[in-house]
Design a protein around this ligand. Sequence first.
Ligand code: KIV
Length: 271
Amino acid sequence: MSISSKDKRVTTHRLLEMKQRGEKIAILTAYEYSIAKILDNTGIDVILVGDSASNVMAGHETTVPITLNEMIYHASGVVKGVKRALVVVDLPFGTYQGNSKEALSSAIRIMKETGASAVKMEGGAEVKESVIRILSAGIPVMGHLGLTPQSIHKFGTYVVRAQDKKEAEKLIEDAHLLEEAGVFGIVLEKIPAILGKKVAQSLKIPIIGIGAGNKVDGQILVLHDMLGITQEFSPRFLRRYHNLNKEIHNAVANYIDDVKKVKFPDEKEQY
Ligand code: KIV
């Protein structure tokens, strides 16, 4: 990556150009200022303030309970730490399904109160009206199909989605519908790699995979999972790049030991 492209602000238009020239798009989640600042300095393309914050920050079992106010709190910290990456914020469950007017006011709150550049929404035909209304207000939207965790109570399980013909056809239809509506990209979660490839090849907009194989236009992972902070979650698509859980544990154990043995603070660490 050249210095100029490394420093240039990422826009939705730039993501489209990346797809056109075959450059893969790298996305990670962040939920706070300090971590977002580190991520932005690495040259990551997009930061998603995911509603996975419900799991990894708030300790909920699903993404269903997180509120719009909580997402706004996380996103406004992230935006303050970012100079270059595109910041996308998940619209949480219950703030856009069923009522496009409410969907627009949720998206407007996110844009006004956080300074983020786009929102992400789960679903296809079911949320079309809300997607169109938000887009018509000039707010960029990213779609999310396949395993959509906000619908976990409908699915009943986190197994691979769209394995049968009917569900795969519906996913392809939804992806086309979202592209025609004007979304700038779509996340495909936990679907067969062959289906991920088919969608990426047939659409002009970037298709970002999480468990959708490597023939899509980019990848996203939850930061806490890829850094090994979370340990209980181990789907096949997750590559752990570090064991931060162990590192944090060892650092804290050393600190406790130093305090107990009066090895901390030492002479140089006091006034
Ligand atoms: O909430 C999230 O982190 C997400 C990603 C897993 C795509 O939606």
